[in-house]
Design a protein around this ligand. Structure first.
Ligand code: AMP
Length: 189
């Protein structure tokens, strides 16, 4: 079973490419953003707490997200592989993921990093905001999320490099070109 981390800034195309990989390989997809948005919709206690962070462009505290991640992973059951989308976003989360998978006798197989220039990210997210209905897809919050990515999430690039798991891919061009580049890496795992 493969455990693949799809990594990149907000708007880098992680969700779109995850859907294509799910279709091609039959993997299951865990998007922590989707999990949190479902909690908000269902008005759970967790959702109420998470909403304050999300609407403000900040990360939800590690302790909250790590617990949900483990529960979501265990609920998937047997499958060909899992794509982690939007998780990990901090070094403590990457360490927790490593430990959680080790406890289950498995490990991250690869980290796939989608590289997209910042101004292209802003443009994509502003456009997405016109139809996504997401409260955090407005220019002010988008810029905050990108700052949070730079300060808290991008250090994971060298963390995964040190683990020998990092694979960088050009995250712009056609969807097919990007997908082909990701599949070429996955096919070698
Ligand atoms: P996303 O859909 O991945 O862009 O996530 C939307 C928002 O959910 C983020 O801006 C964070 O506030 C929150 N979130 C999603 N995943 C995580 C995570 N792994 N750690 C902390 N916060 C997260």
């Amino acid at each position: 079973m493969k455990n693949i981390v799809i990594f990149g800034a907000p708007g880098s195309g992680k969700g779109t490419q995850s859907d294509l990989l799910v279709e091609k390989y039959g993997f299951k997809h865990i998007s922590t953003g989707d999990v949190l948005r479902a909690e908000i919709k269902n008005e759970t206690e967790l959702g109420k707490t998470a909403k304050q962070f999300i609407d403000n462009g900040q990360l939800v505290p590690d302790s909250l997200i790590i617990d949900i991640l483990a529960a979501t992973y265990d609920a998937l059951g047997q499958c060909e592989g899992v794509i982690f989308d939007g998780f990990p976003r901090t070094i403590p989360q990457a360490e927790a993921l490593k430990a959680m998978l080790a406890e289950r006798g498995t490990a991250v197989s690869a980290m796939l990093e989608l590289q997209v220039p910042t101004e292209m990210l802003v443009e994509r997210l502003v456009n997405r905001g016109k139809t996504s209905g997401r409260a955090d897809d407005n220019e002010e919050t988008i810029r905050k999320r990108l700052d949070v990515y730079e300060s808290q999430t991008s250090p994971l690039i060298s963390w995964y490099e040190t683990e020998g798991l990092r694979n960088a891919v050009k995250g712009y061009g056609t969807l097919q070109e990007i997908n082909d580049a990701l599949c070429a890496i996955i096919d070698k795992l």
